[in-house]
Structure formats: C-alpha cells, structure tokens
Write a protein that binds this ligand. Sequence first.
Ligand code: SF4
Ligand code: SF4
Length: 365
Amino acid sequence: MKSKVFFASAHASSPEESYLEKIPKILKRSGFLASIGEGSRVAVKIHPGERGNLTYIRPAVASRVVRELTARGFAPFVTETTTLYCRQRFTARDLKKTAALNGFTSDALGCLFLIADEEPDLPVRIDGDVLESVKVASRIASADALLVLTHVTLHLWTAGLAASIKQLGMGCTGRRTKFEIHRATTIITDEERCDGCGSCAEICKSNAVELIHGKAFRTEKCSRCGVCIGACLNEALSATHDYRTFMKGLAEAASGVMRKFAPGRALFLNFLTDITWHCDCEDFSDVPVFPDIGLVASSDPVAADAACARMINSALPVSGSRAGSEEIIAAKDKIKALSGIDWHLQLEFGEKVGLGSKSYVFEEI
Ligand code: SF4
Ligand code: SF4
C-alpha cells in the first residue's frame, strides 16, 4: 500500500503563509494529532547542531511545533541523544551546553530539553543481519508518541542522504547501537606518514589511540567516528566504508526504534531548507547546495525520505556551491553524483525490514 506524504512549500508572501504557520497545518493534515491521546508525552526529536554549525533547524521552528502540541493538550519535550564522535555533543553535559548555545533552551522551546540517552537504553530484539538488538534511547522509548524533526542534508561520510531514516536509526539510539552500525567503517593509518605527533590521541574523546614506538594505533574502543582524520596534519589517516552494511544497520536500527510506537504514533517532519552537502554534526556550515524547497510530513520514514530525495534531485543546484558544477547540474541522481554514495540502499533496506515503503501518494497543502 502507498504511504501518504504531505508537502508545504517554503514560499511565502505574508505572515499567514510563512513557513512557521505551515507547521500546524501540516501536523493537522498528517493525522498525527488525532491519533494520539490527550496528555500524551510526545518526544520531539531534533538535532540541535554541532558547535560552529549554523544550518540546523532553528529553535523557533521547534518552538512552533511545541506550541501547537501544547495547545492541543499534549505534553511535549524536546530531546536529542549524545554522539559517538568526538566533538561538542559527546557527553550529556557537552550536549546540553551546545544545544543551549545554539538556542535550544527550555525558555526558547516552551518545554524541557532532555538528553534522550541519559538513562540506560531500552533494548529491542530484532535479530537483523547487522544488529541483534537495537538499544533505543530511554526517553524516546518511554514516550507515548514520537515527532521527528529532521533537517535534510547530504552526507558525504557514510549515508549519502541524511533524513528521517538516519535520524531514527542513529539519532534515536544509544551509543552501543551507534557503535555497532559504525563498525562498517575502517580507519586506516599510513605508518610511513605517521610521525607519532599525538594529535589524533589528543582529539579522541574515546581514548582509542595508543602511541607505540612512535606510531599511532587505534584500539577496540575506536568508534570509527573519523574526527581524528582531520586532525592529522601528515594526512596519515583515512577511512574506508562498507556502505551496504552501514545502511543495512541504519535501517535495522530505525525499525527497532519504530517498534516502540504503535501505528500512527510517530511522525516525520523533514525540512528541505538550508540543504548543505554535510550534516549538522559538522562544526561549520558551507553554503547550501540546493535552494529551499519546503516541508515534508509522513508517518512513513521511508516514504518521507524518498519524497525528499526526489525533490532534491529535481532541484537546480545553487550556483557557486559545491553542487554548482555542470556535471552535478546534468546528473539525474544529483545526491549520488555529489556524495559518491548509493544513498538508495537505506530506503531499500528500510523496505526490507518493514520500516515503510518507497511508494507514496503526494499531497501538497
Ligand atoms: S595525528 Fe597523524 S601523524 Fe600524528 S600520531 Fe596521529 S596518525 Fe600519526
Ligand atoms: S580514534 Fe579517531 S575514529 Fe576512533 S574514536 Fe578516536 S577520533 Fe574517532
């Protein structure tokens, strides 16, 4: 059966048509509000941006969502998990500070901002090819309903496209599951180039580097986050990825999270604005590679991502951006041409594990 995907354009010429005011309309049209009971605790999952990143979803957008949920008698809280990589969201304390710096305070949001994986994760057994069980972040797993706000970007590290499936599989799970999915990456040290300077050990918050006889070696603790690669001025570090295994793991993890919610109790809002070639985990923001398109809503994360990818691939890249070359403009699959990654795999595996369907009915509001 085809899933429903709702779309609201980013264009506006009056306050009534503004992007913010399209949020309550698309929430209502999606049917999500009608399928959760009064007083339900709704986990509003966001990515508050890495420190230094400026293209994450604005707090005003999350606040508009919270205001609508509160007005309808629900009890929302905004939430995010800590990261596996070694930047400024690595611990709960880091994450709270970074989120506050980027504007995600309880005052601004109109509800609590909670760290989703501060308490022990709740496992869901799935017996997948990559994951035996999925460790769902406890505050997400114990909510009555889930509303995932995703800033859609390209992802040149492992996924090609970062949208709902990635937010679910990586963003809603605990460190153990993130670690297991990232096993598909291998960090390689070129011993000829390594002079034992120790910069990689200094930047690694997982304490996963050992210096032995003047050379750096990664230990079992290494989460394959890749942050040390940029810190090595000798270019001694590189990575290879088994994209297929990574995306299968991502889809399996996403399906595990969805098993915590009854049908109709999870909704995905994908924001096609400030579409950068990198995700919001980067500690910088380049200019967007595609123009603002709009807002997509669906209870099916596979359908939501398929619709977003179709609209990105149909858009004219921004002149002067990374996607502004003749080769990318002419490409049918601009996401693949730019990322070099077969991003479709996450949708295909998503279908196989019962997460959703790539077939959808599209309705503009
Ligand atoms: S930063 Fe590079 S050169 Fe320095 S120890 Fe690490 S791998 Fe070796
Ligand atoms: S050694 Fe490098 S890739 Fe591994 S966890 Fe540390 S920073 Fe990340």
